[in-house]
Design a protein around this ligand. Structure first.
Ligand code: F6P
Length: 329
C-alpha cells in the first residue's frame, strides 16, 4: 500500500451512466478490504465545495450493482473549474483527510481531476464513466453498452411503426461529438444509414443515403443520427426537413431518444466492466500510480495518462462504416 494514502474519496461527475453504481461498489469494497477508509462525495465536485461528504462502509454499497444512475448523485460543476473552486476543494480534502480521489466520469470530469491533481497534493485516478464511449485509450466506457442496447430496443420498436406506415425515420441519439452510439446501434438494429461526426460531412452522408435510392427497394427506412449539441449540423430535425423539402412525396418522421438513453439497469457487460475498473483503480493507487485513467484495451486493464485520455480524439473504426453500408442495401 502506498503509505501516504489512508483515505480515498470517490465521486461521480458529469452525465450519469448505467454502471456507475457498480463502479462505486467496486471502489468502496476493494478499498476497504485493502485497509483504506472511503468517503463518498455527493453531487460530483459540488460535494467537495459544499462539504457533502459521507463515510462509506461495505454495506453502503449493498444492492446497488443492478441500479442505473448513481447513488452518489452527479453534477457538472462549473465552479470547480475556477482557481477559487479548486482551492476550496483542496481545503475540503484536507479537512476530511482525503489523500486520493477516484473520479468516475467523462472527459470534462477527468479534465477537472487532471488540473486539480497537478496543483494540489491529492492523487487522482479516473474511471471512464460515460455513455458516449469517447475517451481515448479505453475500448469501452462504463454505460456505453447499456445505452447501446437501450437504443437498439427503441429502434426495433420504431421500425414496427416505420414499416407499417412506409415512413422514413430519422432517429437522433446521444454521443455529443462522438458517433459510437449512432454507428453501432445502426449496425445492430439493421438501420439503413448512420450520420456521424467522424465520417464525411453530414451533407455528404445524407447525399449517400439518398443517392443509394433508398426508396427503390424499400418502403421504409431508418437513419440514426448523432445529436449535435453545438447545433453545428442541426441534428435529426435538420435532415428530416431537408428530405421533406426535396422529396415531398416521402413521409418523414423524427424521433429524438433523449435522456432515456442514460437510464435503466446496467447490462451485464457494464456491471463487469465497472467492477473490474473499480477494483483496478484501487490497485493503481497501491502501485503508486498518479493521475491516470484506468481503462480496458483488448480485455486487459490499462493505465492511460489523463492527458492522453482527454486530449486525444478516440477514432471510430472505419470498418464499421463499411459494414453498415454493405449490409444496409
Ligand atoms: O456525455 C453524456 C451525455 O449524455 C451526452 O451524450 C449528451 O450530449 C449530454 O450528456 C447531455 O447532457 P445533459 O444531461 O446535461 O443534458
Amino acid at each position: 500500500m502506498a503509505t501516504e494514502i489512508k483515505t480515498i474519496g470517490v465521486l461521480t461527475s458529469g452525465g450519469d451512466a448505467p454502471g456507475m453504481n457498480a463502479a462505486i461498489r467496486a471502489v468502496v469494497r476493494t478499498a476497504i478490504m485493502r485497509g483504506y477508509s472511503v468517503k463518498g462525495i455527493r453531487h460530483g465536485y459540488n460535494g467537495l465545495l459544499t462539504g457533502d461528504i459521507i463515510d462509506m462502509n461495505l454495506r453502503s454499497v449493498s444492492e446497488i450493482i443492478h441500479r442505473g444512475g448513481t447513488i452518489l448523485y452527479t453534477a457538472r460543476c462549473l465552479e470547480f473549474k475556477t482557481l477559487e473552486g479548486q482551492q476550496r476543494a483542496a481545503q475540503a480534502c484536507r479537512d476530511n483527510g482525503i489523500d486520493a480521489l477516484v473520479v468516475i466520469g467523462g472527459d470534462g470530469s477527468l479534465t477537472g481531476a487532471r488540473i486539480f491533481a497537478e496543483e494540489y497534493p491529492v492523487t487522482c485516478i479516473g474511471l471512464p464513466g460515460t455513455i458516449d464511449n469517447d475517451l481515448y485509450g479505453t475500448d469501452f466506457t462504463i454505460g456505453y453498452d447499456t445505452a447501446l442496447n437501450t437504443i437498439v430496443e427503441c429502434v426495433d420498436k420504431i421500425r414496427d411503426t416505420a414499416t407499417s406506415h412506409d415512413r422514413i425515420f430519422f432517429v437522433e441519439v446521444m454521443g455529443r461529438d462522438a458517433g459510437f452510439l449512432a454507428q453501432n446501434s445502426a449496425i445492430a438494429s439493421g438501420a439503413e444509414a448512420a450520420i456521424i461526426p467522424e465520417d464525411r460531412t453530414d451533407a455528404d452522408q445524407l447525399e449517400t443515403f439518398i443517392g443509394r435510392g433508398f426508396r427503390k427497394t424499400k418502403n421504409s427506412s431508418i437513419v440514426i443520427v448523432t445529436e449535435s449539441p453545438g447545433n453545428k449540423n442541426g441534428g435529426a430535425m435538420h435532415y428530416a426537413d431537408r428530405v421533406k423539402r426535396e422529396y415531398p412525396g416521402y413521409d418523414v418522421r423524427v424521433s429524438i431518444l433523449g435522456h432515456l438513453q442514460r437510464g435503466g439497469a446496467p447490462s451485464a457487460n457494464d456491471r463487469i466492466l465497472a467492477s473490474r475498473l473499480g477494483e483496478a483503480a484501487i490497485q493503481a493507487l497501491m502501485e503508486d500510480q498518479h493521475n491516470i485513467m484506468v481503462g480496458i484495451h483488448n480485455n486487459e486493464i490499462v493505465y492511460v495518462p489523463f492527458d492522453q485520455a482527454i486530449k486525444n480524439d478516440k477514432p471510430i473504426d472505419k470498418n464499421l462504416i463499411r459494414v453498415l453500408n454493405e449490409l444496409s442495401i
